[in-house]
Design a protein around this ligand. Sequence first.
Ligand SMILES: C[S@@+](CC[C@H](N)C(=O)[O-])C[C@H]1O[C@@H](n2cnc3c(N)ncnc32)[C@H](O)[C@@H]1O
Length: 379
Amino acid sequence: MSNQSDSGGINTQAVLAMRGAGYYSERTAGARDVINDARELVLTALETLSDAESLRLADFGAADGGTSQQMWSTVIEMLRKSGDNRQIEILYTDLASNDFSTLFRMMQGMQGSPTHAYQKHHENVFVHGCGTGFHQQLMASESLHLGFSATAMHYVSVKPLEIPKHVHAARADHTSNAAFAEQAALDWQNILLARAAELVPGGRFIALNFGIDEKGRYLGNTGGVHMFDQFHKHWNALYQDNTITKVEYEKATFAQYYRNINEFCAPFNDPQSPVSKAGLVLKSCHSKLTKCPYQAAFIKAGGSGGSMTNAEYADSLIPTMRSWSETVFRTAISDRSDDESLQIIDRFYKAYRDEVAANPIGHAMDYVHIILDIEKTAN
Ligand SMILES: C[S@@+](CC[C@H](N)C(=O)[O-])C[C@H]1O[C@@H](n2cnc3c(N)ncnc32)[C@H](O)[C@@H]1O
């Protein structure tokens, strides 16, 4: 696959996928908690769609579906308990490289816990998959009742450049950061215009997006040790000791941008913007900090000196970081053999793990989301 996109940026498809075979959702309790907390928002939005004959729902950027499974299962169960027996179609979307096979197996109760395998428990629920990116329209116009997306739309469609001296735009030099900001603004507009086309009048789009809150906090940067600085430090150490080349060092650039609240709201605040003209209005927008569940468990166990050892804490925290970040570093060294690249990647995460095990204070992965409830007006 060419590394160059049509628009001249760097293709991101290869570097985005979460680890497959259920690894992602099994190790991502924080993402699941955030989604479960959004259940009421989803149910309230569905109340306004009671006139629709059937319901079409979509989960954009769903990965293996495991983190949102409980939320959808509960929502469907509550609808059924309330006597709502309408047909429900649920479309899971992700990139073509996603492990959809695990997703389908989980929904049918063939993998993972059968408790929330809602396809088995309810009639008239139809599960579909779509492997096209969410920057485009993915279904017929005016056919979607409720779109949902969690922790996915911080991924940019193309990397405008490889960041020279860091791994993430949030800590990049001004020029690199500005290039990512520009790409992210364009992507956000395309995401919204695509949803505007798909939604029925009165339909809703609920997005729980990683972003920067009013206090400047974002994932892994909430007052303790800065997670992306640690990624950079350990990656740079591999470059400094000649394990990886300069090109490989620079290629480890996350295809991500954390928008701030102003950036998320800008298309809605301007009545002349294409998004406003397409009929989308912002019903609410707020930030939410979700504490790292792995650190919470460690603190509950008494912290250092308690019933969980520092090493056990490190062994619980690093896999959750690895579940979504590994492909970035793997792709940066993809010209090497699988064995060699795995050895390097294992060494990289072990260095971070050993640092946490030596002194866990301040190491955590708190989530920061900007939660948007968007409506397509009836025009
Ligand atoms: C961190 S995971 C989040 C998964 C799940 N929604 C959750 O909250 O746990 C981000 C997902 O977004 C997907 N993704 C990234 N860019 C995408 C795009 N342009 N279109 C669709 N999915 C995308 C990734 O492949 C990945 O599965």
